[in-house]
Structure formats: structure tokens, C-alpha cells
Design a protein around this ligand. Structure first.
Ligand code: ZN
Length: 299
């Protein structure tokens, strides 16, 4: 078994965005560079949100300029609207990850737009890219398993939005458990439903470990045939709707689980463990990932 599972590192964006402490640009750059040296090929490095609203993500342009182009890596920018898309193009990101929320409650609270309005924005971005050029567009569908405002999110809700993204020709669609409420059996069912709705799109899964189901959900995804997963070094991040909650599934935990079973990820586990420990120390907290606490095996 040497199937390759691609892990998209989201620590510098989803992780740090949800940490209380804002790290300066140079610390975030150092983190990105260490992660790339440890094997990250696709990495969400910045978010083109308003820095007044999300101070942890200030300096996106500076970070992209300092990184410079690298043909072997894909630096992803998070985009919520047309303004974000324009900034993402200007900053020369390799990919734009456009967020659409599955519910109106979350969309209005976070982006001031209903789910339908966000799909319209996605369509407008796809159209701009077709006319003016720009990086490849992926979509992340957030709160796809549950919403802190609207409660349960049905498979039908998810599938309806996925169908629209597929009709727009979005080549990669991520299904995100933003608040960490999914279970592995629902994950499998939802993957099957989404795959039927978007047979030509590559599916990526994004899990938060808020309630300790993150790795089980990753396992269910791989068993269901998924070969792209998001993860965050050190299990960075949190959940703004669950105080004291842990963040994304830890990259080192996911790499350990997969490589122990014989999958390939392209990451250096020991390097990741070191990065997870160091960044947690910098943030003044204990690492959330199990591997940062326990180390790998065999030593
Ligand atoms: Zn997330």
C-alpha cells in the first residue's frame, strides 16, 4: 500500500487565524518556510480578509512578496469576496480558496452574506478569472456538518451548493467541518452524496478536532477514497464558538497515522513534530497534537 495522500497545510491560515495571539509577519513567514522544508507542497499561507476584522491575518501581501515564486509549491490564499479575489491575484497566489458557507446564519455572521449570495460571489469570481486570468479557484464549503447559529446542516443543503459549484466548473471542492461536529459515518455518507453531485471535481476534506472526532473523520474519508485532506501543524487553532476547544487535526498526527499504515504523504514527521512544539511555545500554549506530546514510533 503506497497510495499517496496529499495533506494541505492550513496552520499558517486556519490555525493562526483562530489563535488569541497575533503573530507578526516574520514569525508567520518563518513558520511557512519551516513547513515547506518539512514537505508542505500545498499550503494555505494567507487570508485576504479585512485586517481590522481579523488582525491575525494582517500582512498577506507582505508574506506573499517575501515568499516569492516557487514552481514546486502552491501558496493558497483564502478569499471571501471580489475584493479578496483582486488582492489574491495582485499578490500572485498560486491558488484562491473561495469560502462559501453552507448556512445563512454562519454566512451572515461571518461574511455578511447568505449562502445563495456567496454562491453568486463564487460565480462572479469564476467569471472574472475566465475573462482576466488569475490562479486556479477551489471552493471550501464551511459548516458543512453543523452550524453554531442554524444547528444541523442537512446533506441536501450541502449537495445543493456543491451542484452549483460543480456547474461553475470549480475543479476542487472541500467539505469543511468548521466547528468539529462531524462523525465518521456521516462523513462517509456525505462524501458519497457530494461525489455523486460533483463527479468531475476533486474532493478535499477539512476537519476540526473540536470534539475529538477529527482523526476518525480523516480515516473515514481515506476509506471513502478521498486523497486530499487539510491539517494544521501542532493542531493549531481553535473554534471561535467553543471556548478552549482544540483546532484543526494536527498535521503530524495525520502524517503519523497514514504513514504508520503505509500511505505516503511526502512529509518529514520529525520535522513536523519540532515545528508543532515550537509554534505552540511561541503561542504560549501546550501543543494540541498528540505527536508533539508523545513523539513518533519507532523512535
Ligand atoms: Zn477550518
Amino acid at each position: 500500500m503506497s497510495r499517496f495522500i496529499q495533506i494541505v497545510e492550513v496552520g499558517p491560515r486556519d490555525g493562526l487565524q483562530n489563535e488569541k495571539l497575533s503573530l507578526p509577519v516574520e514569525d508567520r513567514l518563518a513558520l511557512i518556510r519551516r513547513l515547506e522544508a518539512a514537505g508542505a507542497r500545498r499550503i494555505e499561507v494567507v487570508s485576504f480578509v479585512n485586517p481590522n476584522r481579523v488582525p491575525q491575518m494582517a500582512g498577506a501581501e507582505e508574506i506573499m512578496a517575501a515568499l516569492g515564486p516557487d514552481p514546486d509549491r502552491s501558496r493558497i490564499g483564502l478569499v471571501l469576496n471580489l475584493r479578496g479575489w483582486e488582492r489574491c491575484v495582485a499578490a500572485a497566489c498560486d491558488e484562491a480558496n473561495v469560502v462559501v458557507c453552507a448556512t445563512d446564519g454562519f454566512g451572515l455572521a461571518n461574511q455578511g452574506a447568505t449562502a445563495a449570495q456567496q454562491v453568486d460571489t463564487l460565480a462572479a469570481i469564476v467569471e472574472r478569472q475566465a475573462v482576466e486570468g488569475g490562479p486556479p479557484i477551489t471552493m471550501t464549503l464551511s459548516v458543512a456538518f453543523g452550524c453554531p447559529f442554524d444547528g444541523e446542516v442537512s446533506e441536501d443543503q450541502v449537495v445543493a451548493i456543491v451542484r452549483e459549484a460543480a456547474a461553475l466548473g470549480v475543479p476542487e471542492i472541500a467539505i469543511a467541518d468548521t466547528i468539529g461536529v462531524a462523525d465518521p459515518w456521516t462523513v462517509r455518507k456525505r462524501i458519497e452524496a457530494v461525489r455523486a453531485a460533483a463527479p468531475d471535481a476533486r474532493l478535499r476534506m477539512h476537519f476540526h478536532d473540536t470534539r475529538n472526532t477529527g482523526l476518525a473523520n480523516a480515516y473515514a474519508s481515506v476509506e471513502a477514497g478521498i486523497d486530499v485532506l487539510d491539517a494544521s501543524v501542532g493542531g493549531l487553532g481553535g473554534c471561535p464558538f467553543a471556548p478552549n476547544a482544540t483546532g484543526n487535526i494536527g498535521t503530524e498526527d495525520l502524517v503519523y497515522m497514514l504513514e504508520r499504515a503505509g500511505f505516503e504523504t511526502g512529509y518529514d514527521l520529525d520535522a513536523l513534530i519540532g515545528i508543532g512544539r515550537d509554534i505552540s511555545e511561541k503561542l504560549g500554549k501546550a501543543p494540541a497534537s498528540s505527536l508533539a506530546r508523545a513523539g513518533g514510533f519507532p523512535a
